[in-house]
Design a protein around this ligand. Structure first.
Ligand SMILES: Cc1cc2nc3c(=O)[nH]c(=O)nc-3n(C[C@H](O)[C@H](O)[C@H](O)COP(=O)(O)O)c2cc1C
Length: 173
């Protein structure tokens, strides 16, 4: 059976890293794909989030409060021969961005193992994995996800490499 890395990551201005063209979570996603020999699929929003930090956190807060399901571009990939999904996202207001839920609502994930990884600036994984597990009880969401500081993910490739390697080892991958 196969695995895939699916992630959402925001570019533009962000906390502690300035203006970025490759998102923090994207960097981790690419490293996981490299170490596991899998492909990546990026969840991209149809209506772009603001590139500036303050407006972006306001939009994200409203989406969270409304339990919004913002649209993503394209169709969810065919996951029929996939058994393990490495699922990446930034910690947004102590949850996964609502667009990650939009994706999971549409993708056929029942029975699949979901291995969450996130980047953050202090909150870690928080209860994001627990929230995903509660929202998608028919998927097997691993609660011991990988959490990396966004600025580390952005600027310290060697740290990302070893954190990913350790996590995969812990998971027996
Ligand atoms: C809308 C928004 C909300 C955020 N909320 C949190 C938070 O609650 N806790 C935290 O530690 N970091 C928070 N952050 C920081 C991001 O999690 C962090 O910068 C992350 O690495 C961004 O990843 P990305 O470049 O892949 O989008 C927030 C950032 C944004 C833009």
């Amino acid at each position: 059976m196969k695995s895939i890395v699916i992630y959402f990551s925001h570019t533009g201005e962000n906390y502690s890293v300035g203006n970025i063209t490759v998102g923090n979570t994207a960097k981790v996603a690419k490293e996981i794909a490299a170490q596991t020999g899998t492909t990546t699929w990026e969840i991209k929003e149809k209506n772009p989030y603001p590139t500036q930090y303050t407006p972006c956190i306001e939009v994200a807060k409203k989406e969270l409060q409304a339990k919004a399901r913002p649209e993503f571009i394209g169709e969810a990939p065919d996951l029929s021969d996939i058994d393990t999904i490495y699922l990446g996202y930034p910690n947004w207001w102590a949850d996964a961005p609502m667009i990650v839920y939009s994706f999971l609502d549409k993708a056929k994930i029942d029975g699949k193992t979901i291995l969450p990884f996130c980047t953050h600036e202090g909150s870690g994984l928080g209860s994001t994995a627990k929230k995903l597990a509660a929202a998608y009880p028919k998927a097997k969401v691993e609660l011991k996800g990988l959490a990396l500081y966004g600025h580390v993910a952005q600027k310290e490739p060697d740290a990302v490499k070893s954190a990913v390697a350790n996590w995969l080892k812990q998971l027996g991958k």
